[in-house]
Design a protein around this ligand. Sequence first.
Ligand SMILES: NC(=O)c1ccc[n+]([C@@H]2O[C@H](COP(=O)([O-])OP(=O)(O)OC[C@H]3O[C@@H](n4cnc5c(N)ncnc54)[C@H](O)[C@@H]3O)[C@@H](O)[C@H]2O)c1
Length: 455
Amino acid sequence: MATKKVVTKKKVVTKSKRPASTKVKPAKGKLGVMVVGLGAVATTMIAGVEAIRRGLAKPIGSLTQMGTIRLGKRTDNKSPLIKDFVPLADLNDLVFTGWDIFKDNVYEAAVHAAVLDKDTLTQLKPYLEKIKPMPAVFDQYYVKRLNGTYVKKGKNKRDLANQIIADIKAFKKTVDRVVMIWCASTEIYLEPTAVHQTIESFEKGLENDDIGIPPSQIYAYAALTQGVPFANGAPMVTVDCPVMVELSKKHSAPICGKDFKTGQTFMKTVLAPGLKARMLGVKGWFSFNMLGNRDGEVLDDPQSFRSKEVSKMGSLDYIFQPELYPDLYKDIYHKVRINYYPPRGDDKEAWDNIDIFGWMNYPMQIKVNFQCKDSILAAPVALDLVLFLDLAQRTPELRSLGIQEWLSFYLKSPQTPDGLYPEHDLFIQSMKLKNTLRHIMGEELITHLGLEYYD
Ligand SMILES: NC(=O)c1ccc[n+]([C@@H]2O[C@H](COP(=O)([O-])OP(=O)(O)OC[C@H]3O[C@@H](n4cnc5c(N)ncnc54)[C@H](O)[C@@H]3O)[C@@H](O)[C@H]2O)c1
């Protein structure tokens, strides 16, 4: 971010270079939200937005809707709501559509997901049942535990991408702007290969049905080539490869991923920075999960679990920086387990056992038992990503950047430009996000230095 240090006597102020007037385009008209996968997270987000619009609920968990942002000095007492400070799409202007491998409308899918209670869903039924999925691009090779019945047919992957492009073009005629978000099942673990290096090699791969291109990348390719921003709420690579970054920049369609940061990893990125800030050592961190929703069933397959495991494992290493603090963190034993246990449904339970040590090596233990509701935590995260990606596309400095690293706050395994390590510490992520908003609106950045108060 372009900043300039202005130093006067004892005063140190970090100023954004941008003049105070904003160049961010206003959020005029309807924002179309194309959701891939109308399952538990997606239907909880859509039903929640409608409940909020009708005054039946408050947007709890959503930073864009409830969060404030401090501007200027602490003594200025200026902390507007984020949504009043940056021009975000209004919830009343959101229009939802999506794809799924089952034909259920959003009401039926929400009943099946069993996250929200029946009374609430009955009240929202007339709205929810009107949102019907389009047939999906799906191949069971990439999600072993599902067998899709509502699936597009095509002569090759290029043809399937063209069909998604046709869906996007048709939807675009009914709204003013479009964002796509992946809320579909976790695909098997795949690493980028030669096919993911350039646009040319990727397009050839689409023609040749390259096995390295899963459905998620067919959707992402379709979105980006149509100038539609893409957020990845699942742990697969999807847009985290050179071809997608290039397409994102070329078409000014911002991207971010991977994997919504909601339950256990959210807690990890709160606790670990605290332990490190106090120079307390960690010997082991055992993370156990049990969940019984469809996501849990999909993750019961070892290849889909591998995608999740890689995404969940990264945070501790980056936060603790064992290379800088070998005495404290060199030998951490970190284990993550996910167990499918149907009776729990969407009510996931996560246990963490953390073996720490302090002054003179004395051992201590921390136990965390988070009894969460997976989709209740994920829905506002998905909503915020949609709204912020749309904002990014209307912001000259952000729209052609490709990866929107300032959205790492929401993601378990944040995508970063080549050569940069991901920032996992929730508090640094939060500061980065808010300073990005201050910067694009021409406000002073907040460094928390505070020396000016002593003048
Ligand atoms: N807290 C959370 O719930 C959380 C946190 C992080 C990540 N995630 C990820 O978000 C995703 C959604 O989670 P969920 O609980 O809603 O799962 P879910 O199983 O309820 O929903 C996924 C939906 O995607 C559909 N689907 C699968 N493949 C598809 C395809 N190729 N095209 C279109 N639709 C397809 C399925 O039919 C299903 O309806 C998962 O990948 C999950 O790992 C969830």
